[in-house]
Design a protein around this ligand. Sequence first.
Ligand code: AMP
Length: 555
Amino acid sequence: MPMPLLGQMMDVPLNVSTLLVHAARYAADTEIVSRRIEGDIHRYTYRDCERRAKQLAQALMRLGVAQGERIGTLAWNGYRHLEAYYGTTGFGAVCHTINPRLFPEQIAYIVNHADDRYILFDTTFAPLVAKLAPSCPNVKAWIALADDAGIPALDAPLLGYEALVGAQDGDYEWPVLDERLASYLCYTSGTTGHPKGALYSHRSVYLHAMGAALPDAMGFSAHDSVLPVVPMFHVNAWGIPHGAPLAGSKLVLPGKDLDGKSLYELMEAERVTFSAGVPTVWMSLLAHVKSIGATFSTLERTVIGGSSCPPSMLETFEDEYGVRVIHAWGMTEMSPLGTLARLNWEQAQRPLEERRRLLRKQGTVICGVDMKIVGQDGRELPRDGVAFGDLHVRGPWVIDRYFSGDESGSDASPLIDGWFPTGDVATIDPDGFLQITDRSKDVIKSGGEWISSSELENIAVAHPDVAEAACIACRHPKWDERPLLVVVRRPGAAVTRETLLAFYEGKVAKWWMPDDVVFVDELPHTATGKLMKLKLRERFRGHVLPTSGDGSESA
Ligand code: AMP
């Protein structure tokens, strides 16, 4: 047997720190602009950011933080949070971003499960820290992201960020780390059971950033001004804090004010060309822009994901404002980017309606990620755009297992034959476009057939009188489950059950038509802005459908 012939290239480990080093060298004077929680605008450059990240690393090491230890953050999108990303991972500690919108009991669980040594917090979260501190005894100190004057009075071990950082000289070289070492820890929202930790490596974050930066993914450029609305406490703001420095893009960090007016003003003032966020954020931004009769003067494109982007939103952005929408799908367990809806050259030549049909879907994978749908028997289903199945993925930025809390990794592997089951139900069409039809527990099983709740919701929100809609399974004596539509009307609108049902005529198969519509004042959302269908299903558990009576209903 001949010896295998190995490649003869350098084995340079992929380290998160090198992304910032690159920006600090080649986009040294490019700005990072932050709206601070104090209300003012803070500006500095990548060069400044790297120096302060080094000072933070020095400060943490002086506090005794060792490689592999977790440092939590409870913070909005801002320059100090960005420093925390790099100032922890850069020397081998793990940055654990915590979602402050979770219930305090869930946060305490997460902090203890992660065994966080220190937690950096924006002072808006001081009341939350006061609640958490007694139940998190292993946290050595809570570090207020403020100068000495801004440190809140709390009955907890406290340190001030600026004092810590200011005491260091920044004269430090980032070490070269094994690329398989842990870098970030992000927990899922835990709508069922405890939140689970996804522990990214340096390698996975680096490769994800390269994938995200590709022209047909987020497509960062050194000419871009990038505003992540998606919070840095939610799946690393979809990788933007890594992809932007990789490309040398200007970064605009919006802080805590995520209402339409605040975002619009910042976008215009900072000449933002690219942004990313969940559909609810864009709803309020569009409403604001419409109410003042304005347009976007610099915004070119926006990635919308986290939950399904209603087609009506996509079309409003494109037709009324000339802003390209890129619908994306992903999850915490995937760092998070999986697919994005972009057309290839051939698809771009097709008629408008056909192009739109594709762009409304969640799109195709970034090279490196592989996906398939499987049936109940675990066998792969055809990519015909019709068959629904459980979506499985694999790739270098997909988790292998959940963080077990004690480094043993002893928890049972979630993988099935080497693939991660996402818990989403989807179709894949002959163009390779993924369409998410549901979370597996939300799909409506009517007489053994599946009905997509997300498709029915998209139709409802296309009605001009509907602000928001959720479609849930409701018990039915004959069909097992039938769709019930729960709707929030727009203020002052008078849409009725009958007119809304008539709106579905011709848009879906007859047996997909919702059996009933109820109107509510608001819908429950999770900490990451997703509809809380579990709560809705509980609330409408006893709902009697008008079709339940004689078994001769429309389905
Ligand atoms: P998270 O881990 O909090 O980011 O949530 C991931 C889940 O959000 C996915 O498994 C999907 O159920 C849902 N999701 C994310 N993006 C989309 C999208 N574009 N359309 C529909 N569902 C989405």
